[in-house]
Ligand binder design. Structure first.
Ligand SMILES: [Zn+2]
Length: 263
């Protein structure tokens, strides 16, 4: 398979199971990856392959029951093994998770919804966010930054963010229910939309999330957007919309590098 070109801030890697994407600005802070449909989940073996690509044991993965909401889970360094296991078993209803624990890998699943991986290089904090339209409209990206600020003292200006593959303006036609919600979240949302049929627009959900991150204080040059559309590249990605919901999910993982923390 030929892999599409990506911006300089991203690069492809060849894992034992297939192709994955990584983002250079996150590298010095966090081990991380965006998978492709070449890693099919769920199965115990696939979770182990995912963990292995991140250099972590599969019993250190944390996943969420993603509910298209606004809630962000906080994990603290030194979390007791029993508390971590309880969190893993309960899979809390949330669409974002933040952590300053170097040995816990945060995972969000997505197939069209926008995955965001974030890292605060100064303090050593990472975040994984699942931003479908509902969570985007609830400003989940900014809420993750607020959770990082509240728990660890993160400043948005210290954060690097990678926007992974999601459905883009070429393929994501939405109606007034979505655009009304976008207006409430981001007054200038129309900069990220083009008119299509009457009453509909094609929306660039990645662009909306980038704008929300910038409004929250993340420097534009510290946001990398891979720009790939999941619905256009069904050979490479799962697409909930293009495949009529009968599809898998990509895994988007981030893990703090303890040895590379800087002050
Ligand atoms: Zn597309």
């Amino acid at each position: 398979m030929s892999l599409p070109q990506v911006p300089d801030s991203f690069y492809w890697t060849h894992e034992a199971w297939g192709a994955a994407l990584r983002c250079r600005p996150l590298e010095s802070v966090a081990q991380h990856l965006f998978t492709t449909r070449q890693l099919e989940l769920p199965s115990r073996e696939a979770w182990q392959k995912l963990a292995s690509s991140a250099g972590v044991s599969s019993d250190r993965l944390v996943t969420l029951s993603q509910v298209h909401g606004r809630h962000v889970v906080t994990i603290r360094r030194g979390i007791e093994p029993g508390a971590l296991q309880a969190l893993q078993n309960s899979r809390p209803d949330a669409d974002g998770v933040v952590s300053d624990a170097p040995d816990v890998a945060l995972v969000v699943r997505a197939a069209d919804c926008v995955p965001l991986l974030m890292a605060d290089k100064r303090i050593g904090v990472v975040a994984a966010v699942h931003a479908g339209w509902r969570s985007t409209a609830k400003r989940i990206a900014a809420r993750a930054l607020l959770a990082m600020a509240a728990a660890y003292g993160t400043k948005p200006g210290d954060c690097r963010v990678a926007i992974g593959p999601g459905i883009r303006g070429c393929c994501y036609e939405v109606d007034a229910a979505v655009t009304d919600a976008m207006l409430a979240a981001l007054p200038a949302w129309e900069e990220h939309a083009v008119a299509s049929r009457p009453g509909h627009v094609r929306l660039d959900l990645g662009g909306v999330n980038r704008a929300l991150l910038e409004r929250a204080g993340v420097r534009p040059d510290r946001i990398g957007d891979v720009g790939l559309c999941t619905a256009c590249r069904r050979d490479l990605f799962f697409s909930h919309r293009a495949e009529k919901a009968r599809t898998g999910r990509m895994m988007n993982l981030i893990l703090l590098r303890d040895e590379r923390r800087e002050t």
